[in-house]
Structures are given as C-alpha cells and as structure tokens.
Design a protein around this ligand. Structure first.
Ligand SMILES: NC(=O)c1ccc[n+]([C@@H]2O[C@H](COP(=O)([O-])OP(=O)(O)OC[C@H]3O[C@@H](n4cnc5c(N)ncnc54)[C@H](O)[C@@H]3O)[C@@H](O)[C@H]2O)c1
Length: 251
C-alpha cells in the first residue's frame, strides 16, 4: 500500500510514520503546512503532489478539507479522514464527495472506543429516560477542538438509542437552573499529555452506571488508520466508519 499522509508533521503524523516504517507500508509523500525533516518528500499543499498513491490518510485538521477531497476525487483515491472538528457544512461536503470516492470517517480509530460506543447504545436503551447522561472527555493541553470528535460520537450513539435528540450542554457555569430531562452534558478537560479519555455516566435516582475508555498511547489510532486505509482500498464510493469495518471483520 502506498499512501499520502496529510498532517505528516504532527503528533499523529509521527506515529503513522513510525508504524509504516515498522510494517513496510510506503509513504510516498506528506502534506503539511509546516516543514520538518521526514524520510519522504513533504509538500505544503496537494497542488504540488505528483506521486502515485493508493490511498490518502488525513491526520491534519478540518481546515483545507475541500482541497483534499478534490485531489482525492481527481485522482480516484480513497481517503481516511482521521482529523476531527468538522462543521455541519464540512459534513455535507463529505457526504457529497462520498458519492464519488470511498471515504472513511470516524471520531475515533480505536477498537476499544468503538466497543464503548456499542455499550453506550445498549446502556442508553436499557436505562431509558430515568437516567441523566453526562459525558466527560480529557485530552492533552495542545488539542485544538472541543468537545472531542469521540465525545460527539458517543452523544449521537446515546441519542440514536433513545430515539430522540438531546439538548447539548457544553459545560455549566452560573445560574443555569435545574437540569432538564432532555439535556446531555458534555464536558471537556484539557491538560498535560493525556492521550484521550472518555467517560459516559448514566445518573439515576439510586444508582449510577459509568462506562469509560482510556487510550494509553497514540499508536492505537495509527494502527486503526492503517487498518482502515487497507480496508477502504477494496471499497466502492461511499461513506464508511469504524463500525462498518468491525462488523465486516466480525462476520
Ligand atoms: N480519529 C481519531 O482516532 C483521532 C486520533 C487522534 C487524533 N485525531 C485528530 O487528528 C488531528 C491531528 O491530531 P494531532 O494530535 O496529530 O495534531 P497536531 O496539531 O500535532 O498535528 C496536526 C498537523 O496537521 C498540520 N495541518 C493542519 N492543518 C493543515 C492543513 N490545512 N493542511 C496541511 N496540514 C495541516 C499541522 O501543521 C500539524 O503538523 C486532530 O484533528 C485530532 O483531533 C483523531
């Protein structure tokens, strides 16, 4: 597999670079706004890329999404969108392009977190409206978007299971009044070098159920990205996520 790595100079870019070297996966070039010494050519934008590739892995940011998708469409390349922080307009754009190329998008590439999502769905359905749901996520001090893509993914999972949308409350401050039944609280903690922690609490009258996941190293996301890239290369145009991949593996 030959891949183009967008966001090659970042923390995740470094993890993917290390993993590819270990596994003999060829990175034909990187794309990043900043410069760094890398064992492959690096370009500031996709306009300069002339290398032949099989797939793009994007660990940069939501900025520049359209340029990336246009390049992928023009060269008929599947693309793994591993960055987070997309707006509703970005999500629409991704849907439109997925009619032409295979796109893999997930808020979290770890298998453990995707299992957590399934457990959250189950818990939300079983516990029902009598339990208030609050999500707490913790990440390192350099993370730019909040709440995390994974926290949003978990909130959507709970909503799907309950069959109704919650009002999302991002942190609380001041005289906010009593908690409403249709609220879901989402709280972001930032500090140090925390890789990524998510906790979904179901708070009832007499009992509390807490489901949580803690990532101990960024490598887990690089492994997920390479696995997703290999899997996506076999796919037709469409929008895929980690659950689709796991369902297929489990079959
Ligand atoms: N889906 C997952 O499982 C998962 C896991 C970890 C991180 N992430 C996401 O991946 C992204 C990167 O994380 P990180 O910790 O490596 O961040 P980082 O800030 O260390 O690295 C991001 C890199 O992308 C580059 N970049 C930013 N915008 C760009 C653009 N428009 N064009 C080209 N390069 C650009 C930056 O210069 C930087 O080198 C974030 O959105 C993060 O939330 C997702």
């Amino acid at each position: 597999m030959k891949l183009i790595l967008c966001g090659a100079c970042g923390r995740m870019g470094s993890e993917v670079t290390k993993l590819c070297a270990e596994r003999g996966v060829e990175i034909v070039c990187g794309v990043d706004l900043v410069k760094k010494q890398l064992p492959y050519p690096l370009f500031p934008t996709f306009a300069e890329v002339k290398e032949e590739a099989d797939v793009i892995v994007d660990f940069s940011s939501a900025a520049g999404l359209e340029e990336r998708l246009l390049f992928a469409k023009e060269h008929r390349l599947p693309i793994v969108l591993a960055a987070t922080g997309y707006t509703e307009a970005d999500e629409e754009l991704i849907k439109v392009f997925s009619g032409r190329i295979p796109i893999f998008k997930t808020g979290n590439l770890s298998i453990g977190v995707n299992l957590l999502e399934l457990l959250v769905k189950k818990a939300a359905a079983v516990l029902g409206e009598d339990f208030d749901i609050e999500i707490v996520e913790r990440h390192h001090s350099q993370k730019k978007d909040a709440p995390s893509g994974t926290a949003l993914m978990l909130a959507r999972a709970a909503e799907e299971a309950r069959g109704s949308d919650f009002e999302r409350v991002y942190g609380r401050h001041g005289m906010v009044g009593a908690r409403q039944k249709d609220e879901i609280g989402i709280h972001s903690v930032r500090g140090g070098n925390v890789v990524g922690e998510h906790e979904v609490g179901f708070y009832g009258e007499d009992e509390i159920v807490t489901l949580s996941h803690s990532a101990r190293s960024r490598r887990v996301f690089a492994v997920g990205a390479i696995r997703a890239a290999e899997w996506l290369m076999q796919k037709e145009a469409g929008l895929y996520d980690m659950n689709a991949l796991l369902r297929e593996i489990a079959m």
